[in-house]
Design a protein around this ligand. Sequence first.
Ligand code: 4NP
Length: 163
Amino acid sequence: MIKILFVCLGNICRSPTAEGVLRHKLGQNGIRDGYLENIFIDSAGTGAYHIGEIPDKRSRQTAKKYGVNLDEIRARQLTRQDFTDFDYILAMDMDNIRNMKAICPPDQHHKIKLFMEYAEDCPGITEVPDPYTGGIEGFDRVFDFIDRGNNGFLKYLFTHYEL
Ligand code: 4NP
């Protein structure tokens, strides 16, 4: 099984959107994720501010416009165990990477990557910016980045694995 974890700060805007978008794209290819499937997708936040909450309303509304449902996702905090349990641990920005490296076991650092490294059509874009304190237009931008990142990541998965 391939286990993928998306990480941001609060786990209510960017990483749950990335989780939902990848799940949606896999579904469009007839592939389900879950404990009993070949692929498992999850998301977590480096911060503890929103544990147990559903994704931010603005993220849910933006995702819904593109047919992606985030309603079942609940925020949780990243743990040290996650670095052992998951194969790909994909950060939204460099602050996330710094926070992740602070708790990552020394032999698991290779699993940490910037999510946007997988995007093929976003030259110069390395991070998905934190939209939390900005306006609704920031959420559209974040969705667009995440959609492009996941197009590239999906291609990567199909190239490297039999799903
Ligand atoms: P996220 O956005 O990291 O994309 O979930 C944020 C959500 C909440 C906070 C910061 C960023 N916060 O400070 O509460």
